[in-house]
Every structure is written in structure tokens, then in C-alpha cells.
Design a protein around this ligand. Structure first.
Ligand code: NAD
Length: 323
């Protein structure tokens, strides 16, 4: 297949690009490099530097690469706290801009799109395991921007669009060549690794939640498992299999912040300097996916062991100096 990957210079997009190429697919990456790294893009991919809402860039991509089978749309802003401070930035980049991409892909006759959505569309969970039927009430502009795009994708089905939204929980881990390096880093595992590398204190926000050790519980899904889910769904879209509009992509189990800390210390042989801090507003006690829906399609997460997840992240960070 020929796939356009937006955001392919970012964390998940760079892993997906390499995996698609390894599986014999052709990949065009579109990324403005607003946050990604050019060096993260597999050299076998065709790289286009540009914005997902730049009509000229989009037209030339679709003209020069006829027969694109699908778009994997990962480009977006990802920082929840920034979205609270500047909601317009998120609604623009994560909701308004992709509409231009969708319009241009439909004009070019490209009908299939897989969208990187998020568990943040659910808001505060009302059940221990969150199914796709759980009410969607995002509590920040990041989640809202993603939910609005999911809804827009559904509306575009009347125009022939074939869209699937994948609601990732906490993407984590690395491959030998690609890993997580956001700036600023807000995700737990790379943040803790940074604390080790820089000899800084690590903060545990909230130690009085109703979890086994009082710290918040999250669902960590390995980035390679996320890439595998894309590969599976792309194949199913190609043959026209009937799919649901949204699928959770998680491991289906949760680990607390303190479990992550202990496991990281075990994997690295290094001790973290932990400081307890107050809960952060809007941080739920538990966020764990029900993955029954996607399992029915034949996907199961293969890398669910926390030690394995953290080892892959640590190995990658050890070889790629922490910036
Ligand atoms: N990392 C996670 O845990 C997680 C969880 C849930 C959902 N997601 C979603 O998955 C996607 C990828 O996440 P990531 O962690 O790889 O993020 P990332 O920041 O590493 O990658 C995003 C990429 O998109 C590019 N980009 C942003 N806006 C763009 C635009 N307007 N035009 C072109 N390129 C643009 C950036 O330069 C960057 O390379 C995002 O859409 C994110 O919301 C991520």
C-alpha cells in the first residue's frame, strides 16, 4: 500500500513509518517539524516538509503520488496543560487544520483515513475500564479538539470518507531506532528518565488516590503495538471490511506512578529522588482502556510487561542523548 503519514517526524509517527516500510509499504511523510525531528524520519520514506493545512503542499503530494491508499493522520499538538492555557491553538491545529487535509484527500479520491485520537475524549472516567461507549466529555481543549475531529470524520462519511479513530491511552516505550523525545516532556516515563539523566527531583502528583499505593493509575501501551494496530486496520480498510468509528488502543491494564518509578529504578539500577506533590486538577485516579472491541479484529497488545516497556524506552534514551 501507499500511505501518507502526517506527523511522521514525531514519536509515534516515526515508529509507524519505519514499521510500514519494513512491511513493504510505500510511505510519504508530511510534517511541518513544528515539534518533530527530521532525523527521526526513516530515510526510505519520502519526506515532505509542510503544514497539514497548506493546500499547495497537499495538492502536490496527491498529484505526485497517485494511488495513495490511506492517510494515517498523527500530526497534532499533544500537551494537555498547554491546551488549557491556549485552547484556540489546539482547536486550530487539531480540528480546523485537518479539515483542509480531509477536503484535499477527498478531492484526490483518497477515501481512507486513520486518525490518532486519545483517551482524553472521555474526560473523567465513570467506570474502571473505559469502553468506546463511555460518555465523551473532555475536560480540556486537547480532548475537545480530538473529539470534534472524530465527529467531523463521521460527518464526512456521506462524502465517501472511510474513517477510523484510534483512541490511544499512554503511548510508551521505543524501538531500537525510534523513541519518545517531546519538548517539553510531559509524559511520565521519559520525564523520569530525564530526571535520572539530569540528577533532578521527580514529582509524584497525588499520593492519596484510591489506588493500591495512592498514586495515579494509567494504561501504558507500547508504541510498536500502536503501529501494529495501524497496520491491521489499514489492511482491513483496503479490503473494505466494515469497521467501527472508534477503537481504544491500550494495554487493558494499569500501572501506578509509583510502580513505574520502582520498575524504572530496577531497569536502570539508578535511584530516583522522589518528591510528593498535590494532585493536579483534572487528573483522574485511574484511566484504563477496555480493548475488547479492537481485540475482535485480531489485535492484541504484545508488549504489556512494564519492565519490557521501560527497558525499550531506557535503551533508546541511553543511545540518544537526552536533550
Ligand atoms: N503520545 C501519546 O501518548 C499520545 C496519546 C494519545 C494520542 N496521541 C496522539 O498521537 C499523535 C502523535 O503523538 P506523538 O506523541 O507522536 O506526538 P509528537 O509531537 O511527537 O508528533 C506530532 C508530530 O506532528 C507534527 N505536527 C504538528 N502539527 C502539525 C501541522 N499542523 N502540520 C504538520 N505537522 C504537524 C509535529 O511536528 C510532530 O512531528 C498526536 O496526534 C497525539 O495527539 C498521542
Amino acid at each position: 500500500m501507499k500511505i501518507l503519514v502526517t506527523g511522521g517526524a514525531g514519536y509515534i509517527g516515526s515508529v509507524l513509518t519505519a514499521k510500514l516500510l519494513d512491511s513493504g509499504h510505500e510511505v510519504i511523510v508530511l510534517d511541518s517539524l513544528v515539534n518533530g525531528n527530521f532525523e527521526a524520519v526513516d530515510s526510505r520514506a519520502r519526506f515532505v516538509s509542510g503544514d497539514i493545512a497548506d493546500i499547495g503542499v497537499l495538492k502536490s503530494i496527491f498529484e505526485e503520488n497517485s494511488g495513495i491508499d490511506a492517510v494515517a493522520h498523527l500530526a497534532g499538538f499533544i500537551e494537555v496543560s498547554e491546551s488549557v492555557k491556549d485552547p484556540e491553538k489546539y482547536l486550530n491545529n487539531n480540528y480546523e487544520k485537518p479539515k483542509v487535509l480531509i477536503s484535499e484527500m477527498l478531492s484526490a479520491g483518497v477515501k481512507n483515513i486513520i486518525f490518532s485520537s486519545t483517551a482524553a475524549v472521555y474526560g473523567i472516567p465513570q467506570t474502571d475500564l473505559i469502553t468506546e461507549e463511555h460518555v465523551t466529555q473532555p475536560i480540556n481543549a486537547y480532548g475537545e479538539s480530538k473529539l470534534k475531529l472524530e465527529q467531523y470524520l463521521d460527518e464526512q462519511k456521506v462524502n465517501g470518507l472511510n474513517a477510523v479513530s484510534l483512541r490511544f491511552f499512554n503511548a510508551s516505550g521505543a524501538t531500537a531506532n525510534h523513541g519518545e523525545m517531546h519538548n517539553p516532556e510531559t509524559h511520565l516515563i521519559p520525564s523520569l528518565i530525564k530526571c535520572i539523566a539530569e540528577g533532578k527531583d521527580a514529582y509524584v502528583f497525588g499520593t492519596d488516590y484510591g489506588t493500591k499505593d495512592g498514586s495515579a493509575l494509567r494504561d501504558y501501551v507500547h508504541v510498536e503495538d500502536i503501529a501494529d494496530a495501524h497496520l491491521l486496520l489499514l489492511e482491513k480498510m483496503k479490503i473494505g471490511e466494515k469497521l467501527e468509528s472508534a477503537y481504544n488502543i491500550g494495554s487493558g491494564t494499569g500501572f501506578t506512578v509509583l510502580e513505574v518509578v520502582t520498575t524504572l529504578e530496577k531497569v536502570t539500577g539508578k535511584k530516583l529522588s522522589i518528591k510528593n506533590a498535590a494532585r493536579r486538577e483534572g487528573d483522574p485516579a485511574k484511566l484504563v482502556a477496555s480493548i475488547e472491541r479492537i481485540k475482535k479484529l485480531g489485535w492484541i497488545p504484545k508488549r504489556t510487561n512494564l519492565e519490557e516497556i521501560i527497558s525499550t524506552a531506557w535503551n533508546w534514551h541511553s543511545k540518544n542523548a537526552v536533550r
